[in-house]
Design a protein around this ligand. Structure first.
Ligand SMILES: [Zn+2]
Length: 106
């Protein structure tokens, strides 16, 4: 299966997701954040699953939640890279103009 995106926001080579900071392939996931958001609603349910298996959900304002989608649901995977000293960062999937946009966020 091929990961297809427009632009250069996410690079995938040889089946390995590459670090956006150094290009290294030793990424680790720390936690996953799922944003459940009804279109047009001011609030979003943010569910975080940490690497220790604990999950928590909170109802917060969408604009302050980190949701990569301004109008719908979204997903962020918090990653760290063993190849560089970059601070943890996110791989994001957000709804944008009817499609799903894949990208990076700090
Ligand atoms: Zn790196």
């Amino acid at each position: 299966m091929k990961l297809s995106t427009e632009g250069q926001s996410v690079e995938r080579s040889g089946g390995v997701l590459r670090c956006p900071h150094c290009g290294g392939g030793l990424l680790r996931h720390l936690e996953v954040e799922v944003f459940t958001h009804a279109e047009g609603a001011a609030a979003v349910i943010k569910t975080t699953t940490a690497s220790d298996g604990q999950a928590r959900s909170t109802l917060i304002a969408n604009r302050a939640s980190g949701n990569p989608s301004p109008c719908g649901g979204g997903l962020r995977i918090k990653l760290t890279c063993d190849d560089c000293d970059a601070a943890p960062f996110f791989l994001t999937l957000g709804r944008h103009q009817g499609g799903i946009e894949l990208g990076w966020a700090d």
